[in-house]
Design a protein around this ligand. Structure first.
Ligand code: FAD
Length: 442
């Protein structure tokens, strides 16, 4: 697998359980030789089968009969497509087969399969009944990887939108003709097209920086055993996954919109970005559940220590940047402080009201995840703008690049970051209006 000759899959989902894996039915019967016979059905398994590798190693969650009920009774198994010969080469076909290849909205390059396990030979990976913990050693990084899919789809869609906006001639610049020799000016002269392109540009560049920060913390945690980095990236993982994929999808729609009807027609391929970006909001834990994990679990880990560490990081950055220059203080530090204050107010609301009625916290969880994402992008934009200012002050030969960075960051701080105010307003209304109707009234 390390040399990429074999591929692998992760098998969690079953027809009746996706988010609530405690309902799992797949079982693993212990055998005398220490192996297990795995039986059950998994659905929606990415790259479940194909002819591109000599063997496929399925990691399968299943229950050992007689173990604890629910999620505490789940264990993790290695189930190879071909059971290995003594010399390690693929041998006999195991009892695992494809029940169906799913028809999907997007990601058609990946065969998403129903997998049937019929007394397939499996080997326990990690400890019995600790399968979720074992699976999660991969899933946190997988979630950062899915966050990257959100940003990457948005980036590719944005690059196309920019080219189209420079090329397509429609209407005239209201402040004066820009293309007098042509029948019209290019789309990029229009403020509403600019707004859309600036939304996209400031998201993809900020999102990329946020992802690199997350990946850096994962390296620090794994290679240096840095517990603080581990705690912070664990807190931010649902934000990286949920916020970057929700926004990433929205950005592919914005890029498609720049094309007008030509984005909806298949000719330019723009609808593929929206179709492919959509799944990132769903798999590796649907985004609503990421928000639930953030508010219901991650905020309180270690007595809220990692959330406090985040606020401290923002505070010390603002303090250390007080001397950059007046414009930087006005354009970057002031909005970052205001947004961070909104996030603190929302956290405080959850502490004060979440215990009384958990629905008060969970009705605001999606807003909180988005608010947190905006503050993170605000922070990385302020960091990038500070670095750019320092390089410019030192006399850079690439001034245009750094000036563009600062201008893009100013846009984010002025036009995107204030979204925290709306999110906070919604959060402070609690559960009352959200839960007002009984189920029959829908
Ligand atoms: C193309 C594709 C590839 C996939 N690849 C894999 C794979 O390789 N391996 C694998 O194991 N799985 C895979 N999945 C499955 C995927 O991870 C699940 O679809 C996902 O976890 C959601 O589970 P579900 O579809 O059963 O939805 P449900 O769990 O039924 O959830 C439905 C909706 O309800 C919300 N919800 C559920 N519970 C709560 C709650 N307590 N509070 C608030 N909201 C809630 C969810 O956010 C979601 O919006 C894949 C799915 C697709 C479509």
């Amino acid at each position: 697998m390390v040399s990429c000759e074999w591929t692998g899959t992760m098998n969690l989902t079953e027809p009746h359980c996706g988010t609530d894996l405690g309902l799992m039915r797949t079982k693993a019967e212990p055998q005398e030789d220490g192996s297990y016979k795995v039986s059950g059905q998994k659905i929606f398994i990415s790259a479940g089968d194909h002819d591109m590798a000599a063997n496929i190693i399925h990691l399968v969650l299943a229950k050992i009969p007689g173990g604890p009920d629910g999620i505490k009774g789940v264990s993790l198994f290695i189930v190879p497509k071909f059971v290995l010969n003594d010399d390690g080469t693929p041998g006999t076909r195991n009892g695992v087969s494809v029940g169906n290849i799913e028809k999907k909205m997007g990601i058609h390059g990946n065969s998403t399969c129903v997998m049937n396990y019929d007394e397939a030979t499996g080997y326990l990976l990690g400890d019995a009944h600790k399968g979720m913990r074992a699976m999660f050693t991969m899933m946190n990084e997988a979630r950062v990887g899915v966050g990257m899919q959100g940003v990457s789809q948005a980036e590719a869609a944005y690059q196309n939108a920019v080219e189209y906006a420079k090329d397509r001639l429609q209407g005239r610049d209201v402040t004066g003709v820009k293309n007098p020799d042509g029948p019209a000016d290019p789309l990029i002269v229009h403020p509403d097209i600019r707004r859309s392109l600036m939304d996209q540009k400031s998201f993809v560049e900020g999102g990329r920086a946020f992802l690199l920060w997350g990946a850096q913390m994962i390296d620090q945690a794994h290679r240096d055993g840095n517990k603080d980095a581990n705690g912070l990236v664990s807190l931010l993982t649902p934000v990286i996954k949920g916020f970057l994929t929700d926004e990433g999808y929205d950005m592919t729609v914005k890029a498609q919109q720049v094309y007008g009807g030509h984005g909806y027609i298949e000719e330019h391929g723009m609808s593929q970005y929206t179709r492919d970006a959509r799944i990132a909001q769903i798999y590796e834990g649907a985004n609503g559940v990421q928000a639930l994990d953030l508010v219901g679990r991650k905020l309180a880990v270690d007595g809220g220590k990692h959330l406090m560490a985040f606020f401290e990081l923002v505070k010390s950055f603002c303090k250390d940047s007080a001397e950059v220059n007046d414009d930087f203080t006005k354009d970057f530090i002031a909005p970052l402080k205001a947004a961070s204050k909104d996030l603190q107010a929302a956290s405080m609301y959850f502490v004060q009201n979440g215990m009384k009625n958990p629905n008060n916290a969970l009705s605001g969880s999606n807003d909180f995840m988005h608010m947190f994402g905006h503050v993170c992008l605000g922070l990385v934009w302020a960091q990038m703008a500070k670095a750019a200012t320092e390089v410019l002050d030192a006399g850079s030969s690439d001034a245009a690049f750094y000036e563009t960075k600062i201008a893009t960051g100013r846009y984010y701080m002025a036009r995107r970051l204030p979204a925290t105010q709306l999110h906070l307003t919604r959060i402070l209304t609690g559960a009352e209006t959200v839960m007002a109707l009984d189920a029959a009234s829908f």
